[in-house]
Design a protein around this ligand. Sequence first.
Ligand code: KG4
Ligand code: ZN
Length: 350
Amino acid sequence: MTTASEAAEDRVTFSTASPFPILGIETSCDETAAAVVIDGTRVASSVVSSQVDLHARFGGVVPEVASRAHLDLLGPVVAETLVEAGLTGPDVGAVAATVGPGLVGALLVGVSAAKAYALAWGVPFVGVNHLEAHLYAAFLEEPDLEPPLVLLLVSGGHTLLVAMEGHLRYRLLGGTIDDAAGEAFDKVARLLGLPYPGGPAIDRLAMNGDPEAVRFPRAMRDEGYDFSFSGIKTSVLTYLRKHPDVAAADVAASFQEAVVDVLVTKARRAAREVGATGICLAGGVAANSVLRERVLDACIADGLRPFVPNRTMCTDNAAMVAATGWWRLRHDGPTPLSAGADPGLHFPGL
Ligand code: KG4
Ligand code: ZN
């Protein structure tokens, strides 16, 4: 039987003789990150410089502030990651950078720098899709992960349920018709007076709350694979207006419970219908404690393998970009230097 990774090997168009270190660069939003990953799986170094404090006082990411901070931080972050990996620039086999989706100004900083490094060192440049990179974060820890898998990608900008049929081969099952899951966390956090970013703040507060305190709606839970999270945000607002003295922890826990219930119910049903061997969790919201716990429980109950990357790999980082760069370089070859950033890039092939 040909395994999915062997099928992907069949289509190799660019040979990467081992050990093949790739420098990854990530600047799509508010993390300036660089990492060196060897052969697509071994993280030699990973440096993430978060701009969270810079944006916190504005209650969200300010694109212009993010671009300027990336400009200041990227050089030192790349230098640090190379030193930690024990490499000099020309030792790397390729430079991979996130080309989208994300904030256009922020993306351009990483893409331009990656092309300049690639030119200076005489190595290929590889443009990486940020959403696919979130998925490949799971392969860094579980290199033997074998499709078919169901991928639940939940971030600040996206909520996708995807059937991964082989390496770099996907089929879209569903997505959000309005807000992304992370966006719902961030908006509800603001209603509760919690600081930016809202997801981790709700996660922490919910630990002291009762998830059964309020029954918030589970939109479209038992129909299809699309999601809708704008209604729950309105329900929380209405509830807070009617019950101004409610314990914020109870609202946080009940809101989180409803979102996780919908996400896990759909991922589980998708895994059954697709005949998947496992469920792979990816994106910033995959750092959520209750979501992680429920996916693990569901996989145990259904005889599936759970692929839940550690928390630092769930949120934006460059190791996932370098790992994806390795797969893409082998499959598609180098990306032309004329290719630009694409802020609205979709999940590959969907
Ligand atoms: O993937 P990511 O780092 O950036 C994007 O590509 O969007 O995801 C950021 C999102 C934010 O909405 C943030 O609130 C959410 O992930 N997030 C969480 C948690 N940690 C981050 N949401 C719920 N619980 C968490 N622990
Ligand atoms: Zn992300």
